[in-house]
Design a protein around this ligand. Sequence first.
Ligand code: AP5
Length: 219
Amino acid sequence: MPTYIVLIGPPGVGKGTQAKIISEETGLPHISSGDLFRENIKNKTDLGLLAETYINKGELVPDNLTISMIRERLKATDCVNGALLDGFPRTPNQAEELEKLLVQFHGRVNHVPYISASSETLIERLGGRLTCRAQGHVYHSKYNPPKVEGKCNLDGSDLYIRDDDKVETIQRRIQVYFDQTSPLIEYYHKRGLLEEINGARSIEEVSTEILKLIGTRQA
Ligand code: AP5
């Protein structure tokens, strides 16, 4: 039976950073809805052009577009043993659609690590984030700086500041999270799947806890 892990938490708490580590450790493919949208924006697809108008304002992309994008991604052969979802679902409606979708793949959501941190921490992390142009590797000017300024350690490409990491957009994204995404906490708590993790610690401490959690719980 495939294993599906859903990472939830506010913008900038470290979902993407942790997802890359957990993906390497478990072999499950890392599926980030934000990365999929950014790839579409980079390639100027119809989906990318539409999604960009929402993302740059800090708003959620409409559910129908997001759900069909994830549905296609989950059908890929590398997801045969499951997947690690980062940034999806982001609303209770998306979570319900995911449940229905996973039934088709003979699976269900097995673990929901919920990474939390204060708004001050989120603003500081997003304000210092640097992203690699080629493959989206993530750094932080203070907490995880690249070895060579402005260059990705892994592929040497330029690092840039995401358009939605501007101060006013960060505030809006945090507000949208509290209004539209935080109901997921209750949604998964009721299903006995939610495990809260204090994200205000080092990258290594957080990943150690998540790995312990997904390794010791019954799938
Ligand atoms: P998305 O890309 O998913 O953005 P997000 O959820 O806001 O999350 P982020 O990528 O900003 O942060 P993160 O938690 O991954 O943190 P990271 O690891 O980078 O989505 C972007 C947009 O796409 C959305 O706003 C929306 O418009 C749209 N979208 C996406 N999914 C959607 C959906 N399902 N429905 C509708 N619309 C959707 O870390 C942040 C920084 O902190 C980095 O610099 C990192 O180095 C640093 N850091 C990480 N962990 C630590 C630590 N423990 N200590 C110190 N620094 C740390």
